[in-house]
Design a protein around this ligand. Sequence first.
Ligand code: NCD
Length: 341
Amino acid sequence: MPPAGAAFFYEQGEKRMTIKRPTEHLPFGEKRDPRFFGADILSVSQFERPDLEKIFEVAHEMSEMVRRVGTFDLLKGKVLTNLFYEPSTRTSSSFVAAIERLGGSVIQINNVTFSSVSKGESLPDTVRTLEQYSDAIVLRHPEQGSAAEAAYAATKPIINAGDGPGEHPTQALLDTYTIREEMSTIDGLTVTMLGDLKYGRTVHSLAKLLTLFDVHINYVSPPALRMPEVLVKEIDEAGIAQDETTDLESVLAGTDVLYVTRIQKERFENPADYEAVKDSYVITPETMMLAKDKMALMHPLPRVGEIDPEVDDDPRAAYFRQMEYGMYVRMALLALVLGKA
Ligand code: NCD
């Protein structure tokens, strides 16, 4: 008798019978999903909804694994390069934690003053160097389009960890995962994005990624920091209802997810322009009193005054949990890109 669930096939000519045993119950193996294996992660535009389901499922398995055993040698022997031309705490260290919890290791370059970049080396040359030593490169760079430029030069996968004011796709993946974990669903929700919507790459990627769901998006910002017109048009064409206002209170009571962002000081050409808008919105316990009882308050962090620490103990404050979810999502992405999930 064949083992339960086993599928048989017969290769004609060879007169050989092979038992193919189903492997779906194994969480991981040499999967090499063509949607992910060897792929660059450059923009959320590359994802469709089944891709997100897959990432979320693997991320959930990663969270269970971390909870039960902490580490698992799925990516043993794999080397990741973290190449950061801009400051980072969470993105950089969560990628380190992600690869190390899966048994791999990291080449960490986050102070380019000590690398050949300070000698004037081009981004393509730096990337072509580092890919000789590693299996994938996580890149953060101040110029929009830099991740695509690096991917063009490289043969190994490039993961965009922020290209100036452009995109931050892995953040948007962890943000959508956070919404789902916190609110049980994404469809049907009203998501309000607050703060610097002009330069904030996290909201650019998140708004685009949310077009895969049935959501309503509110944008709340000072007039000078509105969501770029080109993005609003793209999201509108995807059939998503969007509203814009400068007044948080006018939309707060109808908000399921409040996504707060930092005013991106480093992107302002004129310091006076930053000073004029820097304290536009501050979330306080009083603000939270006007919000729904079930709401997720999110922030990609770092915060520089937009959320009063007094709010941290509010059960709706999800920004610390958001960071933990981020590690699981990055573990999932690394496993998928490196062909193990
Ligand atoms: C964000 C970024 O770098 O874009 N941080 C992050 O990755 N968690 C947000 C920010 O810097 O304001």
